[in-house]
Design a protein around this ligand. Structure first.
Ligand SMILES: Cc1cc2nc3c(=O)[nH]c(=O)nc-3n(C[C@H](O)[C@H](O)[C@H](O)COP(=O)(O)OP(=O)(O)OC[C@H]3O[C@@H](n4cnc5c(N)ncnc54)[C@H](O)[C@@H]3O)c2cc1C
Length: 348
């Protein structure tokens, strides 16, 4: 039996960011990823640069895979265009994940591809099958349908359905992000047009499967995309992210900005926080550890994600009137734009 202090299941942006910071701290761990390459999941590939007091570049420490930095998002509602000032990085996500893995491996990480964990067993420690790996602490960074969540017996997460694809036939301003929030396009969701280096990542998603299907049928007729990729985004409030000697990370813990379905930056922030919690657990050789400490350390980011969840719920299920939503968004966008402008001036 191969033994480690920590085993991470999942080599998406959450697991890889954790791997990088754990390796930096010299923690003994192994990361198991079921696919033989990175970024196999659908994603719009946009990353909000500043979230909850963190700057993406402090977590990522590289510029590899960054295609563009965009400051303005045009949000089209039935009642006009709202302009949000918010720095967003357009990326090649495969390169981002590969770069995180490269940094982690350079610092000594053990990342194994093509290793799907099919079963988790608990004896004195955790045993992962079929790898026959024993670990004192288990990290589930294994996405929405996390085998680790199932093992902990936690309830399933609520999710939205979305598709994305690449197109080079979009005639919009390439220096802006474009988002449509119109019920005539999709109910309980939105569509997006993200400018990449040489093409667009476009997509559409909804909190309701039947509305998604209707909207996507119209959307795909309108835009020329070679291959659509479908996926799910967790939209529950951030949930209990731990069990006894287990912590959950990223989509597995619903650590997403539910109002826009953005999980890349929150996953990286939570991974950074998880690495510090794990470092503390290592001091006592992972004995008698209180994994609730991890949840406590997440307090600020969790509070922010809960507010975003409430905003999404309010807009889609409580207000529903498009004019009032436009007005509400306008106010919210003005506040957010001021916040990001101040941040850039170093005033926050
Ligand atoms: C269509 C779409 C568009 C999106 N657009 C954006 C966007 O533009 N910006 C943004 O911030 N967010 C976006 N998101 C959300 C974002 O992609 C996720 O929140 C983010 O990828 C979460 O990262 P993660 O590492 O937690 O999970 P994942 O990326 O799902 O990674 C989990 C990893 O675990 C592996 N795994 C799972 N089970 C096992 C197992 N049993 N054994 C071994 N490995 C396993 C998987 O192969 C996967 O690599 C989008 C989501 C969708 C669906």
């Amino acid at each position: 039996m191969e033994k480690h202090d920590v085993a991470i299941i999942g080599g998406g942006i959450a697991g890889l960011t954790l791997a990088k910071f754990l390796a930096e701290q010299g923690i003994d761990f192994v990361l198991l990823e079921e696919h033989n390459g990175f970024f196999k999941k659908a994603c719009g590939e946009g990353i909000t640069r500043f979230v909850g007091g963190y700057d993406f570049f402090d977590l990522y420490e590289s510029r590899a895979g960054i295609e563009k930095s965009i400051d303005e998002t045009n949000i089209y509602t039935k009642y006009g265009v709202l302009r949000l000032y918010m720095p967003v990085l357009m990326t090649d996500k495969e390169k981002i994940e590969s770069e995180l893995a490269r940094q982690a491996i350079k610092r000594g990480a053990d990342i194994r591809m093509n290793e799907k964990v099919a079963k988790i067993e608990k004896g004195e420690n955790f045993i992962l099958h079929p790898q026959n790996i024993e670990a004192k602490l288990l990290v589930g960074a294994d996405g929405l349908f996390s085998i680790t969540r199932k093992f902990l017996g936690l309830k399933k997460l609520r999710y939205a359905v979305a598709v994305e694809g690449l197109s080079n036939e979009i005639e919009l301003d390439v220096d802006k992000i474009h988002v449509e929030m119109k019920k005539s396009v999709v109910k309980y969701g939105y569509s997006w047009f993200f400018p990449k280096k040489n093409e667009w990542n476009i997509g559409i998603g909804s909190l309701k499967l039947n509305e998604f299907k209707k909207a996507f049928n119209k959307f795909k007729m309108k835009y020329n995309v070679k291959k659509w990729k479908a996926g799910y985004v967790p939209v529950s409030k951030p949930v209990k992210p731990y069990g006894k000697n287990v912590i959950l990370l990223g989509d597995a813990a619903s650590q997403t900005i539910a109002s826009v379905g953005a999980g890349n930056m929150p996953s990286m922030i939570c991974a950074r926080i998880a690495a510090d919690a794990i470092k503390k657990f290592a001091i006592h050789d992972f004995r008698d550890i209180d994994t609730k400490e991890y949840e406590k350390a997440l307090h600020n980011i969790t509070k922010m994600l809960k507010q975003e969840h409430n905003l999404a719920f309010l807009m889609h299920f409580v207000i529903r009137n498009e004019y009032i939503i436009h007005k509400l968004l306008k106010k919210f966008i003005e506040q957010a734009s001021q916040y990001y402008k101040k941040l850039e001036r170093g005033e926050n």
